[in-house]
Design a protein around this ligand. Structure first.
Ligand SMILES: Nc1nc2c(ncn2[C@@H]2O[C@H](COP(=O)(O)OP(=O)(O)O)[C@@H](O)[C@H]2O)c(=O)[nH]1
Ligand SMILES: [Mg+2]
Length: 199
């Protein structure tokens, strides 16, 4: 496969229930993270759009899974975020049934990009989500967002913090900013490489 531009072929289509999900016959690549982590901004940066992912922020839409067909090569999947600040504690801990079924049953799923806000680092909900992916043998890639908001020594603290958990210790995170576009190319390159392995 040659490189391709991440042109959005179809506008987002969203689902609220697992049994409504359609199969598209192309690989699926997910983005998720705690709310406000910068997920919509990063999806917009990757697809070079101003407001592609903003609709998923509308009230009532936050519990839906959004699919965007990118250049007919893959489906970019915007998973509902976890760790809702306004939800009850119970909801924070509990993964929605939709996300659970999607992640455990979807055979076209290639990789999950886990977004972590550089200013806040890993939280308990991130770690439990990572443990869930590991248990279910789902590959993931860690992406630090809003890197423009931290300085060099804060970045070092962030990297050091990764040594404390076995699941993230040896992983190679991406450092990104939707503001400066830092790291956006690296994600696109990894996606293209990942899709190549399928051919
Ligand atoms: N400085 C900076 N702000 C960002 C960046 N990405 C997102 N934000 C801001 O963080 C807030 C949440 O971003 P959004 O993409 O809506 O997060 P989401 O809730 O995860 O979809 C917004 O105010 C964005 O402008 C970034 O890379 N740099
Ligand atoms: Mg959003």
């Amino acid at each position: 496969m040659k490189t391709f531009s991440f042109k959005v072929f179809s506008e987002g289509i969203s689902f609220k229930n697992y049994n409504e999900l359609k199969f598209y016959g192309i690989p699926e690549i997910c983005f998720t993270g705690r709310s406000n982590v910068g997920k919509s901004s990063l999806i917009n940066a990757i697809t070079n759009r101003k407001s592609l992912a903003s609709t998923s922020n509308k009230p009532g839409h936050t519990r839906r899974i959004f699919f965007y067909n990118i250049a007919k090569k893959f489906m970019l999947v915007d998973l509902p975020g976890y760790g809702y600040a306004k939800a009850s504690k119970n909801k924070i801990e509990k993964m929605s049934e939709l996300v659970f079924l999607y992640l455990t049953k979807r055979t076209y799923l290639k990789i999950v990009y886990i977004l972590i806000d550089s200013r806040h680092g890993f939280k308990e909900s991130d770690i439990s989500f990572l443990e869930f992916l590991d248990t279910n043998k789902i590959s993931f890639q860690i992406v630090f967002t809003k890197i423009d908001k931290i300085n060099k020594s804060e970045k070092e603290v962030l990297i050091k913090g990764m040594q404390f958990h076995k699941l993230i210790k040896n992983s190679h995170p991406f450092f990104t900013s939707s503001k400066t576009k830092l790291g956006v190319k690296d994600i696109k390159k990894q996606i293209i490489d990942n899709l190549k392995n399928d051919e």
